[in-house]
Ligand binder design. Structure first.
Ligand code: FES
Length: 184
């Protein structure tokens, strides 16, 4: 019969050393995994706000500016296939682009001809700067920097720095570019 001391030849004093060694190994393993994980995320990071261009440095062609009449919109993707955005021609004739992600709980916003609307909880955003004007959202939509190049093509070229002072809802108005004053 095999005595248990033959199977576990560690005395009480040695047991504590053994445990410390195992614990140190465990810590080293976890630290290595953590470091590798951070390294992976860093390598796959998306450009920060204000970065000049899309994934891989590429701007994205959306459509010809002349194809989008006032009050109309066009969907496109920017950084990758999941990065859904919306390009809008306001009634003033300006072109604006935003991420389609509502800043409340992330539903897709859509253009109702005057404002950007989130159908999930009836949140609305004005179109000039993407500020929330009605419903639960409190933060502005993520804006996309646009460029119109020589051939009249509209390009999405980067992320707009978010305005950090929320516009008071009471002063917001419809924000559809049909003549109201937009506060900064
Ligand atoms: S998710 Fe858009 S209003 Fe709630």
């Amino acid at each position: 019969m095999v005595h248990w001391k033959d199977t576990f030849p560690v005395d009480i004093a040695g047991e504590s050393r053994y445990s410390r060694r195992e614990f140190a190994r465990f810590l080293a393993l976890v630290s290595t995994g953590f470091t590798l994980g951070i390294g992976y995320l860093w390598a796959r990071r998306k450009p920060l706000e204000g970065a000049p261009s899309g994934e891989g440095g590429a701007a994205v062609a959306v459509c010809k500016a002349s194809e989008l009449l006032p009050g109309k919109s066009r969907l496109f993707t920017f950084r990758d296939d999941q990065d859904k955005c919306i390009l809008v021609r306001t009634w003033r004739g300006d072109l604006k682009a935003y991420r389609q992600v509502c800043t409340h709980l992330g539903c897709a916003v859509r253009w109702d001809g005057a404002r950007l609307e989130c159908p999930c909880h009836l949140g609305f955003f004005e179109v000039e700067q993407g500020f929330p004007v009605q419903g639960p959202p409190t933060r502005p939509l993520g804006g996309i920097v646009l460029e119109i190049r020589g051939d009249g093509m509209v390009w999405a070229v980067g992320d707009m720095t978010k305005p950090n002072v929320p516009r008071p809802i009471a002063a917001a108005g419809a924000g559809d570019g049909r003549g109201e004053e937009v506060l900064a």
